[in-house]
Design a protein around this ligand. Sequence first.
Ligand code: X2X
Length: 340
Amino acid sequence: MRRLLVPVLVLALGLLVAVAPVAAQQYKLEFKNSLVVGPSGPWGEAAIKFAELLKERTQGRINVKNYFAGQLFAGKQTNEFTLLNQGVADFAFGSTINWSPQVKELNLFAMPFMYPSYKALDAVQGGEPGQRLFKIIESKGVIPLAWAENGFRQITNSKRAVRKPEDLKDLKIRVVGSPIFIDTFRALGANPVNMNWGEAQQAFQQGTVDGQENPVVSVIIPFKLWTSQKHLTAWHYAIDPVIIAVSKLTWDGLTPADREIVRKTAVEMAAWEKAGARKGLADSTAAYDELRKNGMDVVTLTPADLAAFREKTKPVYDKWVTEVGADLVKSAEAIIAKTK
Ligand code: X2X
């Protein structure tokens, strides 16, 4: 009897270890989260809260370290998706623009003058196109958890007020390395140049480029772009969502209970961040007032002004319908039309 007991106990113990969920000590000590921006502004602040909440909610099992300002991808922002796919980054709070070289369907949000309102954007993200995009991302080894936001992108420059396409003529405008932006700014008669965000800030200071385009609350205010950019035109020509995502390699290593905590926390943080990115824009003029207070001149456009920009960029829109996928664009257009 006694002879039997020991091997049975050993066997039982072995089984217990084999079926036990991944224990805390089996997780790596640090999960890396990638961001292109710094810690200030809603985008960075949401990442800080995300790390704090995950640590608390998993009793320290999931310890996220935020790598701000493109540290993980050495400044090359269009590499972020690949890092996630390879598991070099565990998480990212990533702009869809930066991921669009690997997921070309994400150019759906950069189609010139497609989104008339936040309502239209939310309906597209919450509807069929949003679900389809999440499936495409997942098929590429990245698990998208929730839609957050950089925001509607507005044009700024150091030279002159922009009210009509001709005002952009020959202005050297920094854009992200996603080809749709080169197409759009060429169509408008400007001189677009690709540049990573880190280098771009130096270029603004040195005056080697004239302008750029970025959202007011998430980027222009936290980065104090008024130190180099005098004129802003609120033309809402493209929207830039942020997706909170996790590498599939990382996700597969988490227990089901921890995955649930991660998903829930990402959804909460995305909603919090989206509200922050829209604050002073959707509900008041506070964000524009802040720019004016800092010496910027803010131009708003009439529907007739906007029509001139839309007309100039129509060939770009038409070209990118095919690049993005006609089906996907149609699906989004139908949803947008219903929100008007
Ligand atoms: O580089 C930019 O312009 C930024 C910060 O908006 C993105 O990451 C797309």
